[in-house]
Design a protein around this ligand. Structure first.
Ligand SMILES: *Cc1c(COP(=O)(O)O)cnc(C)c1O
Length: 463
């Protein structure tokens, strides 16, 4: 059942006109884009759900703060605005800004991971995984088994399986495990939350073995909101208190500030101790910029300091999570197969179940993307075989377990009416799904592993 919809806790002060391209224009745009959603121009798209990264709307306070940015190379006031917000909202004494999340990973993993190391995770995000490989290490998924089943209900599907973690610690030991990392919410597993109880258990395991615990906090506020609504022991706490408690379990965090912290660009590394913080600084200066600006302008730091405060606003979070769930409910009521329960930032359609007559080798998630764009000029992204299939040692293609299509919801950007239009569009495609009888084959594809789906050229062929 669709619950009563929650109205937007904001009003619109400045509009960004968008136009709906007509059917001929959409066909032209698809051809120009080589049928790859990354190839579309923004002006060809009516509702853009490609990603929730850096695509949210800043508040009038953030826009106002841009004017007071201090652009000093070192020791800018704006850095101290950020440092104060980090201390107040997250409780860390030390912070370095970076230009985005993967830059924070480059700083931390380049400093701490050496060849032969193993890093246990619930699940790492793609760039996180790539950075560990790049430093000669190996990530190890320790998420609970429920995470791999789209239809299984669990309030904290992002949790770490403590038995798997203990087994990893017993096998590799402190010498080969530089740190354990937990992604909150678990993006690669569908934006699913991790409970505070689970984080405390992970922290206990780490402390008893003298291993650092790091968090990937891109969606730490959404995670705290899920804890408030789903974890009995935390019901009486505010989201701000829960977030602080969450952070208390960790020695350091990396953050893509383009997600929950509500800015269009930025990242950061926050550390508990001066020793850890100092160990990161040479790499910050080498790759990002001086330690007090890290690749960002002073005005960006001001907007970020405010974004950190705004992200824990409970009315905002309640609406955000309800809006994502509303889309999931509308699609579910119409029979569209989706990952459940809905995550914090996106709805994932099970494309294999939506288009069961298209084999995974013909990229059904990406066919679905083309059809949804055709129907309503809405852009999402396929996360299936095109993105994740890899050849094994013998050259045989190993397909991913899940063939998903993601609709990421931008923060404070679209109204519930847009959500209804998105659902209607997808239901229209669902109604004519049996007539969708084509696959996609690759034309140009880049040689670099893991980069294919961003750059590949695709061509439809009849099935
Ligand atoms: C987006 C993201 C990153 C990488 O951040 P960028 O800002 O895109 O570089 C890392 N971890 C998670 C969980 C993310 O969602």
């Amino acid at each position: 059942m669709v619950e009563r919809i929650m109205p937007e806790p904001y009003r619109i002060k400045m509009v960004e006109p968008v136009k709906v391209p007509d059917r001929d224009e959409r066909e032209e745009a698809l051809k120009r884009a080589h049928y790859n959603m990354f190839g579309l121009r923004s002006q060809d798209v009516y509702i853009d759900l490609l990603t929730d990264s850096g695509t949210g709307a800043m508040s009038k306070y953030q826009w106002g703060a841009l004017m007071i940015g201090d652009e000093a190379y070192a020791g800018a006031d704006s850095f101290f605005s950020l440092k104060k917000a980090v201390k107040e909202i997250l409780g860390f004494d030390y912070v370095v800004p970076t230009h985005q999340g993967r830059a924070a990973e480059n700083v931390v993993f380049g400093t701490l991971v050496k060849k032969g190391d193993v890093v246990p995770f619930n699940m790492p995000f793609d760039t996180t995984r790539a950075h560990i490989f790049n430093n000669g290490g190996e990530p190890l998924d320790c998420v609970i088994d429920e995470a791999y089943h789209p239809e299984v209900q669990h309030p904290f599907k992002g949790n770490v399986d403590i038995k798997k973690l203990e087994a990893a610690v017993a096998k590799y030991g402190k010498d080969r495990i530089p740190f354990v990392m937990v992604t909150i919410t678990n993006n690669s597993g569908g934006g699913q939350p991790v409970s505070l109880e689970n984080l405390r258990q992970v922290s206990d395991v780490c402390r008893s073995h003298g291993i650092l615990l790091l968090l990937d906090g891109a969606r730490m506020a959404e995670n705290a909101y899920f804890i408030k609504t789903r974890e009995e022991a935390c019901r009486g706490m505010s989201v701000a208190e829960i977030l602080k408690e969450t952070m208390n379990t960790a020695d350091a965090i990396t953050v893509s500030c383009k997600k929950d912290p509500l800015v269009n660009i930025g990242g950061m590394v926050c550390s508990r101790t001066e020793e850890l913080h100092n160990s990161f600084l040479p790499r910050v200066i080498l790759f990002e910029g001086y330690a007090t600006y890290g690749g960002l302008a002073g005005r960006d730091l001001e907007a970020l300091a405010l974004g950190l405060r705004e992200m824990v606003d409970e009315q905002y979070l309640a609406h955000r999570v309800a809006q994502v769930r509303y889309l999931g409910d509308l699609l579910g009521e119409g029979g569209v197969p989706c990952v459940t329960p809905a995550g914090g930032h996106a709805i994932f359609i099970d494309a294999a179940a939506f288009l069961p007559h298209i084999p995974q080798s013909a990229y059904p998630a990406d066919v679905l993307g083309i059809e949804i764009y055709r129907e309503g000029a809405i852009r999402g992204i396929g996360l299936g075989a095109l993105a994740f299939a890899t050849p094994d040692e013998t050259g045989r293609i190993v397909y991913p377990k899940l063939e998903l299509f993601r609709l990421a919801i931008n923060r404070r950007t679209y109204t519930n009416h847009h959500i209804e239009f998105i659902a209607q569009t997808i239901l229209d495609v669902y109604g004519r799904r049996d007539a969708i009888r084509y696959g996609l084959k690759e034309g140009y594809a880049p040689a670099v592993k893991g980069m294919k789906h961003f750059l590949v050229h695709l061509e439809p062929y009849a099935l």
